[in-house]
Design a protein around this ligand. Sequence first.
Ligand code: HEC
Ligand code: HEC
Ligand code: HEC
Ligand code: HEC
Length: 199
Amino acid sequence: MSTIFFLLLAACGSGSGFTDPSREFGPERPTEGAPHAVHIHQPPGLGVADVDLADARGVRLGVPCATCHGDNAEGPWVERDDAPQDFHGNVALEHGTLSCDSCHQSDDRTKLHLADGELLDITDAMTLCAQCHGVQYRDYTHGSHGGMTGHWDLQRGGRDRNNCVDCHFPHSPAYEQVMPVHPPRDRYLDLDDSHQEGH
Ligand code: HEC
Ligand code: HEC
Ligand code: HEC
Ligand code: HEC
């Protein structure tokens, strides 16, 4: 019995066993530098303000931040006397006690910023979220938050991931509470008396 065990050990240690890469042991394993990419979805409207306008086909129009906040010949439009003060009245902020300027750069509305002042493009919203939500961001990078479609093994194909802002609106990120639906109807658990009398 013990001889067989030693023979087995010797076979493993000899170098021609499990460590030999030319031998096939079932499906391929993921390796460094996997050939397929992880693609994170970029919502198309990032970096444009949602104004109540639609084009002739009814497609909602977004206006780039710089249209009003950017410098032009007469200075930024928003600084003129006739500019409305509460223009973004449709932005209802329910995100802790944050203010607009916790995330948006005050002298360049085309940018977001981190706590140390580093500027981010609005399309880089996930870096902003990760700064304050490290736990969820870590879970996201492990694949246990945020969902995915595609392949676990990147040798076999690519993977598509959602953006934080696909699911969480940055201004009011809480997930809406849902009404639980009725349980599936099980007629054998039906406690209705008249039903039981039938048996
Ligand atoms: C159609 C014009 C227009 C567009 C487009 C626009 N803004 Fe504004 N925005 C304004 C006006 C007007 C104000 C109010 C004046 C001010 O605070 O500078 C304002 C104010 C703000 C404020 C400060 C709000 C406050 O209460 O302190 C933020 C933040 C802001 N805009 C972000 C953006 C971002 C980000 C974009 C692009 C995604 C954008 N805006 C696009 C007109 C615009
Ligand atoms: C937690 C960070 C955060 C705060 C606080 C915040 N924003 Fe934003 N905002 C974002 C991000 C990220 C985007 C781009 C992603 C998106 O549009 O979904 C955005 C997009 C926008 C847009 C363009 C989209 C739209 O809804 O029209 C406007 C305008 C805007 N913000 C204005 C404001 C104003 C005004 C405030 C304060 C009342 C504010 N934001 C507070 C992070 C923030
Ligand atoms: C500057 C820090 C900061 C940034 C940046 C930030 N958050 Fe938050 N977030 C907070 C705080 C503070 C709370 C409130 C925590 C609480 O009430 O327990 C919060 C709460 C949340 C919640 C829970 C809301 C609820 O009521 O259940 C979600 C979801 C969330 N944030 C998502 C995001 C996303 C997505 C982004 C990026 C667009 C983001 N946050 C950016 C600080 C931040
Ligand atoms: C596929 C949709 C989806 C994506 C993408 C997503 N989340 Fe969430 N997130 C959820 C759901 C669902 C919850 C749970 C809501 C609940 O428990 O009420 C949640 C909860 C949260 C919370 C609140 C946690 C708490 O305990 O209250 C934070 C913060 C958060 N997510 C941040 C993020 C960040 C940051 C990203 C991007 C790295 C992200 N989420 C991406 C769906 C998503």
